[in-house]
Design a protein around this ligand. Structure first.
Ligand SMILES: Cc1cc2nc3c(=O)[nH]c(=O)nc-3n(C[C@H](O)[C@H](O)[C@H](O)COP(=O)(O)OP(=O)(O)OC[C@H]3O[C@@H](n4cnc5c(N)ncnc54)[C@H](O)[C@@H]3O)c2cc1C
Length: 289
């Protein structure tokens, strides 16, 4: 099995931020059975793992990672009955949002434009504009660290704002099942949300989306960063976007050190100027943890 693992794959190549040193081992899995086999092998050999979706919410350590990075590419989408969508965890969440809206179903319009995998979106309970992934989620196919496949109902699992039970479950999400309602205006709503996203976010820049959680529903982190005069502030190659304060971008060969320094600086200044504590939404992925 280990002979199928690539050595020293640069994580900067698989993260939307374009930051990250080499993973000691890297393997792509395309089926649920492959995920079961790789996890069971790593468990038996006592190898540490990291499950990667589309790398759109990860800040990887520039010094690299002594783990097996398992890139989830389980990429299927079925509609077993009208409005019911069963997807592989590696399927594009953005595409799912567009396809379901085009078919006249509501519930995932906000997903269009989020560069996530469906597994990553379930893991994070990704959301936008008051909508979230877990509203229409029914169950999740999950592989335990020992390689056992389980079907978990949403009712058995806890979730909240950008947090789910999976944050403390070390296995892999391999599939998700959504049930959506009909709505005549679904496509129009999806296009409107996508348009708003493109016009307010620095889409052309390398980023991990919003770096901080909003302290409250009515107090967006981006506004606090803007009010604190931090737009455009830069440390090394890491910069607070001029377009959206909650997007910290890799403007020029930033390292994870630059990024962590910028995150700390933003947290400190926002606390001093507004009194709010900002908590990270982006995942810091490092052997130091
Ligand atoms: C331009 C841009 C816009 C964005 N807009 C939004 C937005 O509107 N709303 C929002 O919520 N987020 C947004 N994001 C952030 C990001 O897309 C989400 O957090 C998304 O859910 C991450 O999915 P991913 O597949 O990229 O996960 P990754 O970044 O690959 O992984 C993130 C975490 O999830 C875990 N994980 C991923 N897949 C699995 C799996 N199959 N099984 C177990 N664990 C897994 C990883 O181990 C890691 O801890 C944006 C990002 C960008 C770059």
């Amino acid at each position: 099995m280990q002979s199928q693992f690539k050595k020293n794959k640069l994580l900067s190549e698989v993260s939307t931020l374009g930051i990250g040193g080499p993973a000691e081992y890297y393997v792509e899995v395309k089926t649920i059975q492959e995920m079961q086999a790789v996890l069971a092998y790593c468990c038996k050999e006592n190898l540490k793992t990291f499950i990667l979706g589309k790398g759109s919410n990860c800040l990887f350590d520039s010094r690299g990672l002594k783990r097996v990075c398992i890139h989830n590419k389980i990429d299927f989408m079925d509609e077993p009955e009208p409005g019911h969508f069963h997807v592989g965890a590696g399927y594009s969440f953005s595409l799912l949002g567009t396809q379901t809206a085009k078919k006249g179903y509501t519930g995932l319009e906000f997903a269009s434009g989020i560069p996530a995998s469906c597994g990553g979106a379930v893991f994070m309970n990704a959301g936008a504009q008051g909508m979230q992934t877990w509203t229409t989620l029914q169950y999740v196919d999950y592989v335990t660290p020992m390689g056992e496949l389980k079907r978990l109902s949403k009712d058995e699992l806890s979730f909240g704002y950008r947090v789910t039970a999976f944050h403390t479950m070390p296995g892999a999400i391999v599939g998700a099942y959504f049930v959506l309602e009909n709505a005549e205006d679904a496509r129009a709503k999806q296009l409107k949300l996508l348009d708003a996203r493109i016009s307010t976010q620095p889409y052309q820049d390398k980023s991990a989306g919003c770096v901080f959680k909003n302290p409250t529903a009515t107090m967006p982190a981006g506004l606090l960063i803007d009010k604190s005069g931090l737009k455009g502030f830069q440390i090394g190659g890491a910069k607070v976007s001029e377009v959206h304060g909650n997007f910290l971008v890799n403007s020029k060969e930033a390292t994870s050190e630059d990024f962590l320094a910028l995150i700390s600086h933003v947290q400190k200044v926002v606390k001093e100027k507004t009194g709010y504590d900002l908590h990270r939404e982006v995942f810091w992925v490092s052997d130091d943890l």
